[in-house]
Design a protein around this ligand. Sequence first.
Ligand SMILES: Nc1ncnc2c1ncn2[C@@H]1O[C@H](COP(=O)(O)OP(=O)(O)OP(=O)(O)O)[C@@H](O)[C@H]1O
Ligand SMILES: [Mg+2]
Length: 426
Amino acid sequence: MATEPVPVGQKTGTGSDTYLSRAVVDARLATPEEVQACIAKQQKLNAAGTPMQLAEVLVRAGIVTASQLKRLSNPADDSLSQSLQQIPGFQIMQKVGAGAMASVYKAKQLSLDRIVAIKILPKRLSEDPEFVKRFIAEGRAAAKLNHNNIVQAIDVGEFAGYHYFVMEFVDGKTVYDELAKNRVYQEQAALDVIIQIAKALQHSHERGFIHRDVKPKNIMITKDGTAKLADMGLARQADDAEAAEAEKGRAFGTPYYISPEQVRGVTDVDFRADIYSLGATLYHMVTGKVPFEGPTPAAIMQKHLKEPLVPPDHLNPKLSTGLAEVVERMMAKDRNRRYASTSDLLTDLERVARGEAPLQAREGVDDKILQNLASGSEAEAFEPNSHATAQKMPSAGASSVNAGLIAAVISEGVLILILLLVLILK
Ligand SMILES: Nc1ncnc2c1ncn2[C@@H]1O[C@H](COP(=O)(O)OP(=O)(O)OP(=O)(O)O)[C@@H](O)[C@H]1O
Ligand SMILES: [Mg+2]
């Protein structure tokens, strides 16, 4: 990655190519495979001493047109790039990414001579005083958190009507980047990432922070394999369901990881929403599939509310039973049935990583059985299709055995009665 500052908008080097590959896939102009093929072609050209920009390779391969590429480089950026250089104390180096609502730039913080990342929010958010108030308060509070698995929040500010969020610069990839290449994680590799993020969440949950947007795009992996949770302390729009709806049309921007209670718009979203989203992220990593698919954000959100989860080990039979149980407990639709604390979750994730059976996930299943026995509705309280159901199905089998026994005892009793009657009649 370039170390010397380059003008904003002059997209060079690996960072911009990563950005471009994501942008064309996000805009559904190319499939991840087509982009991979072009990157391979580009590497060959480099090796042959005839280097070419990825953009040009894509155009020459007939995958995108030059005008489509032009449209992808957001026209708003041109006016923004002028103003960006005015952020006091920072020298902007290059754009490293853009999400549904913001752009992220690599920059040098001049006072401390260090590299940082600056996220610039669109003007429309800066015009909402309620949002700005939360943005500043949450950013300041998050800057007090300090954990190796959390992208460090550094500062919040405003220039020329734009609000910005300064954070630690992470030189690495997101889990999304891997998933977009159709990678299916091995169980241990996924657990390695998810355990680190669970530690980040444990740290923040203990201090009263809920992330509310845990997803593959917000998990960054450094070159040495450290996983870092991004966007902690970044204020969200008031209504999660509304924000998800606003992301409509983006390949991965749809609400694949949102908790049912966020879909419902409850006002007391707590740490269990993060546990659900982390579970959905783990599900995607180990199965290669998002938990629920649908043609629109509304359809996907409806499935988070109602549709039973296909157990992850039904999609990937190589997964351990323990992992499948933990994912299902994390993703219980009723948050009371999820882990009661992030520490409990961490204990189970670490047990599964060591090849041991999870404790809490099993207890959760047992709790359900007890509740069901108490209410006399065993079948109902199991989530249909769930792994827990599969695990505990023997109990359904056991009830039919019990029924058989009862029938046998009854029929034996009837036989004795008949014999007695015959004896009496004689
Ligand atoms: N601290 C950081 N250091 C380096 N790169 C970053 C950092 N934060 C974000 N990025 C890059 O910028 C991209 C855009 O980030 P942003 O948070 O705006 O959107 P997102 O999380 O990818 O998606 P969405 O807007 O849908 O939530 C990220 O995907 C990542 O590649
Ligand atoms: Mg993000």
